[in-house]
Each structure stands twice: as C-alpha cells, then as structure tokens.
Design a protein around this ligand. Structure first.
Ligand SMILES: *Cc1c(COP(=O)(O)O)cnc(C)c1O
Length: 399
C-alpha cells in the first residue's frame, strides 16, 4: 500500500486524537527508521523513550519469538517462568522490593495511587487522604493519572478528577511544604519531568522532600516512566539523588516495544497496602510482556547499556550547547543523561516547526512543553550518530 493510501485508510477509521505527521513507518534498524517508501530517518525519539536498545536487537527478538512459540498469555491465577524472571530482574534493577506489572505507564500510576491510599487507609481507617503533585507534570491519561497531571489543558473537559489532589511548584520546596496536612498520604513527581519540558529535579529539592516524607510518614512516589531504565545514566534516575522512593513507576523502555509497565514498592508499603483482591489486571505480567522485560534487563547488563549512556551523554550535551550558542532563538540546553531538551524563544521560532523540518531532513524529534524540543535517542547511539543528528538539526533550524 502506498503511504498516501495507508494514511487515508487510517484517517477514515481511526478516532482522530492525534495530529500525526504524514509518514508511514515500516521498519527499523539500530537507530534508524524507514518509511514505506524506503526513506531513512535517524531516530532521536525512540517511540518516546521506548526503544532503548534500538531496532532489531537480535537477542530481544529471539526472546520474543521463542516465547510466542510457547505461550503468550495465561491468567494471573497461575505462575509463569517469564513472570518470575521479570519480577526478580526488575526488583533487583530498580532497588525496590516488590513489583506489580501493568500494561502501560498510566496504569502503573493508577496502581501507585491505589497503593498509597490503601497504606493511609490502613493507618487511620479514613477516606479523606490527600496527594500532592507537581505543576507541569505528566502521569498519563486515565482518571487517576490525569488527576495528578499538572496540565490544565489535558484535564479541563473531563472534570471532575479524583479529589484531594493539590499542585505544588516543581523544585520549590516551600510550595510543597505549604500544601502538607495531616491527611497528606503521598507526594508524586517525575524525577525528571518529561512532557512538561525536560526539567530534572534539583538534588536538594528531592532530598528535602524525602526528609519531609520520612518525618510525616508520607509516601514518596517517583514516576520514572520516561526518565528511568537507564536513560539518565543510572538504572533509575533517583539513584543519582541519594534518596529512595517508597513507590516507583516504570514503563516505556521496560519492554522496549512490548506494551508493559510496572509499579514497585519498598517492603514497608508492600506489607501495609494492597493485598489479594485489592488490585488486578488481565494482561499485566503476561508471559510475552515478561519475556521482553526479563531479556531487556539481561541485555542492559551484558551490553553495558548504561555505560554507553554515560559515555555519549556529555558529548550530546556539548553538541547541543554549541547549537544553542549559534542561534539567537535558542535559549538553553538542559536534561540528564540521554534525556535532553533545547529551549526556544517561541516568539522567534516554534519548536513544532523545527521538529517538522527535521523530519523532512530525515531526523525524528519531538517537542515537550510549549517551548522545548526533546532528545530521547536509543541508548545505543554513538558519537557519529550525534554528529549526524547535529548536522540535520542545524539544517532544520536554518529553514
Ligand atoms: C508516558 C508517561 C506516562 C504515561 O504512560 P502511558 O504508557 O502512555 O500510559 C506517565 N508518566 C510519565 C512520566 C510518562 O512519560
């Protein structure tokens, strides 16, 4: 089918909730994508931080096809070996104690919120607990996740949200402290805000929040759905902050293309929150998804993926800073590891226009917030890939 025909068919039948670019992607290889006409694109989006290993990793593909040959689904009333393997792997990699597998990031956030509310309910038997979330945060599109998402644009038409959520200013400790009451059960935030515009948490901010949570027995929920799984230079970004969350959410790169997420918790929360019957999912943790998770984690270790992140990230940062210095409509570069953004003076140039121009030049990029283009390449990129990206980006910026 021609690209035009595919697009026409898709638009005829799909509910229009995305303004898609007019490209039909057909296959991938390493850090490159190919459209249905065979045109090559360098991918600095990786399906929004999903394809951490790049496309066509042979070990990953073999693990999946082997599992497809055996069984792809059993109900959660039974055990499977991939489930046990993935659970051990993810608990060890995340530094947490127990895991619940979901099908997506939003569902991981739902589970995290339920665990926090149950923990508080178990303490005082009350149903009036509050959650503090952050402005400009993003946690997903389902009602619980949307209720802690600090972006009015996503929420307005869908009110009422779940109640008792208030929003503090990210990286402003006093604004968090001001919202705390004796009914606060959890503080939720991304360790590095993604959709909101690539804002890493300040170390001091996160450490003070941790201390506050300890003092008041408030649960700290860190959403690392985008910034986790090695992207920021450690298996989870929190590991660079000298703090540990009580509940951690993960998804996106954890299955590298198979839809899967998880929420994890420490022993304290595990022992005092969700019990049999409290939470469930039909697909969550099925053998196909778990075969992917278990193999992804093994490949991360064997191929020293995080070492590559730490090798390439400073180079990417340097190249982006050079570009920022060259264009008067670029204001700054920021990020952590291979999760980076450049900030636009939107009165002079729109990031969306540059992302579209980049695509025509064979470079896949996406925006974040209102004034940022973000860079989320596969974690396997090389310096040569960064150089190629910089050339293509310059061309797009100069258009
Ligand atoms: C993408 C994302 C989500 C939502 O994940 P889905 O799989 O799209 O439901 C939640 N939190 C963060 C930080 C994300 O980046």
């Amino acid at each position: 089918m021609s690209m035009k025909k595919t697009i026409e068919k898709a638009e005829e039948y799909l509910l229009h909730t995305y303004n898609r670019y007019g490209i039909v992607f057909d296959h991938g290889d390493g850090v490159r994508l190919y459209d249905a006409d065979g045109k090559e694109y360098l991918d600095f989006c990786s399906g929004i931080a999903v394809f951490a290993l790049g496309y066509g990793n042979k070990r990953y593909e073999k693990a999946l096809t082997d599992q497809i040959g055996k069984i792809t689904h059993i109900s959660n009333y039974y055990y499977s070996e991939p489930l046990a393997e993935a659970a051990e792997g993810l608990v060890k990699a995340s530094g947490m104690d127990k895991v619940f597998f979901t099908n997506s990031g939003a569902e991981a956030v739902e589970g995290a919120i339920k665990a926090a509310r149950k923990y508080a309910f178990n303490k005082d038997g009350k149903c009036d607990h509050e959650i503090i979330a952050m402005e400009h945060s993003f946690h997903g599109r389902t009602f619980g996740a949307l209720s802690v998402t600090g972006n009015e644009h996503y929420r307005e038409a869908f009110r009422p949200m779940i109640g008792n959520v208030s929003f503090a200013k990210f990286n402003d400790y006093e604004s968090v402290e001001a919202l705390v009451s004796d009914r606060t059960c959890a503080i939720i935030m991304e360790t590095v805000q993604g959709e909101g515009g690539i804002y890493p948490a300040d170390k001091e901010f996160l450490q003070k929040i941790r201390k506050l949570c300890d003092e008041k027995d408030i649960l700290l929920i860190l959403d690392e759905i985008q910034c986790g799984m090695g992207r920021c230079g450690s298996m989870y970004a929190y590991m660079q902050y000298g703090v540990k969350p009580d509940i951690l959410t993960t998804a996106k790169a954890v299955g590298c293309g198979v839809p899967v997420g998880a929420f994890l918790m420490n022993e304290k929360v595990a022992a005092n929150s969700l019990v049999a019957g409290d939470h469930g999912t039909t697909y969550g943790g099925n053998p196909l998804a778990c075969a992917a998770v278990a193999e992804v984690l093994r490949i991360f270790e064997d191929d020293k993926i995080i070492d590559n992140v730490n090798k390439i990230a400073p180079y990417l940062q340097k190249k982006l800073q050079e570009i920022v210095d060259e264009y008067d409509f670029l204001l700054a570069e920021r990020g952590l590891g291979l999760m980076r953004g450049i900030v636009f003076d939107t009165a002079k140039k729109k990031p969306g226009d540059v992302a579209a121009a980049a695509l025509s030049n064979g470079l896949v990029l996406i925006t974040a917030g209102t004034d940022v283009i973000r860079f989320l390449p596969p974690l396997t990129i090389t310096e040569a890939d960064v150089d190629e990206m910089a050339d293509k980006l310059r061309r797009a910026l100069s258009e």
